[in-house]
Design a protein around this ligand. Structure first.
Ligand SMILES: Cc1cc2nc3c(=O)[nH]c(=O)nc-3n(C[C@H](O)[C@H](O)[C@H](O)COP(=O)(O)O)c2cc1C
Ligand code: SF4
Ligand code: SF4
Length: 344
């Protein structure tokens, strides 16, 4: 019997929905299907198969960091046929459907797998409802149904190509590869962590702990009967969409305060660097520019640490006070809908 392993990550269930469709179709075609769903601590199965399928949501034109780390740990292959599906986010704007954009995500995962001797023969996209509730109001029920049915068509096409063994590789173009690579790496190292820090549970939180239990990165801890977010967030947006009380918001006061502190400290650091750079360095413009770039990068990393660790700890203490929590819970996301794929 042909053996296929499907490895996948999902935030709000779109990728899980696609994987369910793929599994059913493959089983109908006589495949033995094994599933490996990613969450913190899960390692790739230490076995090869005839086929592998990797599926993930596109987060800032890349695969989730956990997915990249997982793929890097996959064992060397003896040329197993491998297909990769990127599930991106579509929206309806002015009554028109705008499909998502995957950027370099597929190419990046393919590169890692090819180095491990997997034969990547198929890479494709499926556009499902956009789930970035932190910044965009999720689609209405009708819009979601429309996008979902089109996403399912994308998945059906992907399965057909897979079963026929068709070689089809998605390429996003050289220029798109460069800028999406840069932005996605910035997001992977810093952005996702910083964005996770702006979540807050408002006064409607019942301390049920569902958000903490279901976080795939185990980023959320319960403290003083309220969730708080550590710095390993993937920014998959599951928690904000899943909370049964819609109690998770993006804290606007926290966002403004943290951003202001960061800007003030960065400007101060740049000024200090300029003032204290020794004269012998200032004489050579090339050495001066290089020194400043290095210092600015180091200062930014140090300042981010200050914001993520000590200032964050101070905020957590402040938020124990109900009135302060209510103030910091002010957010545009209170008026946003929430989105989870059907059946999740
Ligand atoms: C932080 C974040 C970044 C995203 N970036 C992109 C993107 O670059 N391109 C895109 O088309 N969709 C993007 N999306 C939308 C998701 O890829 C999309 O909604 C996907 O279907 C979610 O799948 P899931 O439900 O399996 O998590 C992003 C979503 C989030 C939360
Ligand atoms: S899921 Fe919602 S209600 Fe439950 S602990 Fe998390 S924030 Fe509170
Ligand atoms: S904290 Fe929320 S957004 Fe971050 S990884 Fe966990 S569930 Fe996803």
């Amino acid at each position: 019997m042909t053996k296929t392993i499907i490895h996948y990550f999902t935030g709000t269930g779109n990728t899980a929905h696609a994987v369910k469709m793929i599994t059913e179709q493959l089983q109908n075609n006589g495949h033995e299907v094994k599933i490996s769903k990613l969450k913190k601590g899960i390692l790739p199965p230490d076995e090869d198969a005839d086929y592998h399928i990797i599926a993930f949501p596109v987060l800032s034109w890349a695969a989730p960091v956990m997915m990249k780390q997982y793929v890097k740990r996959m064992p060397l292959s003896a040329g197993s046929k491998t297909a990769i599906l990127a599930v991106n986010g579509a929206i309806v704007s002015h009554e028109k459907l705008v499909k998502g954009f995957t950027g370099q995500a597929l190419e990046e995962i393919s590169r890692i797998l090819r180095r491990k001797k997997y034969d990547v023969f198929l890479t494709g996209n499926a556009s499902f409802p956009d789930n970035w509730t932190q910044f965009t109001n999720p689609p209405t029920k009708e819009e979601a149904e429309l996008i979902l049915s089109l996403g399912e068509n994308d998945v059906r096409q992907f399965i057909t190509c897979f079963i026929q063994g068709k070689r089809l590789i998605y390429r996003c173009g050289s220029l798109n590869r460069i800028w999406t690579y840069l932005i996605s790496h910035l997001f992977g190292y810093i952005g996702r962590r910083a964005l996770g820090k702006f979540y807050i549970a408002d006064e409607h939180c019942t301390a049920c702990g569902i958000c903490a239990k279901s976080c795939p990165a185990q980023t959320i801890r319960m403290s003083d009967k309220k969730p708080y977010w550590t710095s390993t967030c993937e920014d998959c947006n599951r928690c904000i969409n899943l909370c049964p009380e819609q109690a998770i918001q993006v804290s606007v006061p926290l966002l403004i305060l943290q951003a202001s502190i960061n800007i003030v400290l960065t400007v101060w650091a740049i000024w200090a660097i300029l003032v204290y750079v020794p004269e012998w360095i200032q004489m050579n413009p090339l050495v001066l520019v290089c020194t400043e770039v290095i210092f600015i990068i180091l200062a930014t990393i140090a300042l981010l640490w200050v914001c993520i660790v000590p200032i964050d700890a101070f905020f957590r203490l402040l938020l124990r006070n109900k009135k302060i929590r209510r103030f910091f819970s002010k957010s545009y996301t209170k008026g946003f809908r929430r989105y989870m794929a059907p059946g999740i």
